[in-house]
Design a protein around this ligand. Sequence first.
Ligand code: ACO
Length: 374
Amino acid sequence: MPEPLQVDRGLEHVVVGSSGITLVAGETGGLVYRGFSIDALIGKASYEGVVHLLLQGDPPSPSELAGLRADLARRRAIAPALAHLVPALPPKVPPLDGLRTLLSAAGNGRATYPPTLDQGYDLIAQAPTLLAQLVRHQAGQAPVPPRPELGHAANFLYMLRGTPPEERQARALEDYFILLADHGMNASTFALRTVLSTQADLLSGVVAALAALKGPLHGGAPAKVSDMLDAVGDPAAAEAWVRAALGRRERLMGFGHRAYKTEDPRAVLLRQIAERVADPDRLALALAVERAALAALRAAKPGQRLFTNVEFYGAVVLEGCGLPRSLFTPAFALARTVGWTAHALEQAADNRLIRPDIHYTGAPAGREWPAGVA
Ligand code: ACO
């Protein structure tokens, strides 16, 4: 007798492999990078330190950190052939789509399998430069060359604006980058690992990951969080607004998570970061919307355990850093380049083709092609 067919839509209970990179503790609300809880990193580690941790397994020594900072800074400049592609893109291409296209070409014949650390460092260092050049070109502004003495996050803000960022904003963006650096087998990482499992190269995997990140059920939510805050407008209107949205069967952006059945630990830290960087009125509005949303979700979906996710205060923090909404998902992508690299290296180190099955529900076999039709 064949086993009864088990269909798991969304692969919720399917474990496709093992990973030593990041522990997502969904029931307790924990997130751990190579043994370090994210609470133990914020306020202590730099983004570059976390890059070393995720890619090499341990925190860097002071000299390793200095070396990595200098190495990443050296890699920031992009090849002239790639820079020439920026003005060739259609003028209204959204920055996330533009970044995806530019990264497709960034390998320039050197995007080979298996992926290497060297390719990963190029990706991490150059993605911010590509994005900044694209955004400035779309605004009719000349590119701003990277500044090697600035850290990863501060330099990105500098390349966007042409002036050194406020320390408060640079620190908040760096902490955002750390918190978004990796997150287990999320949809974009799964897409990347599937591509890598065919023995395709790192950049091909990243392009697939960017495509998966775009949708609002994954990384496309934060701009919609800002839209929601605008639509609510006043803390006093929050309760009625969220109830009406749920009445229209809409999803409240920034709430609910496949893995977390309690508050997303990144949301806890991002709320604290928002207190330092966000406009006080905007933060008060966000707090009121969060309170109203959690109460309304508890009432409308009593069995579902829906809580605030990373995107809600992620949006408030990115607003506070002065980024426009069109850059929210691209900023997420910049943070995640390190996680995607770590997963590509791990996948290639012990590869097997990822190829799940699908249950066929179409017409039974045996149909005949109509006569007289080619
Ligand atoms: N608002 C309203 N209802 C919700 C929400 C929400 N934000 N999230 C889940 N639900 C409801 C669904 O309608 C569904 O209810 P039903 O069973 O009565 O139809 C139930 O909760 C379960 O939803 P699923 O979609 O099956 O849960 P899943 O684990 O697949 O969803 C997801 C996770 C996609 C993140 C979901 O919570 C959602 O759509 N959230 C809003 C979008 C968002 O914030 N995306 C960013 C996610 S974080 C990240 O990827 C970085």
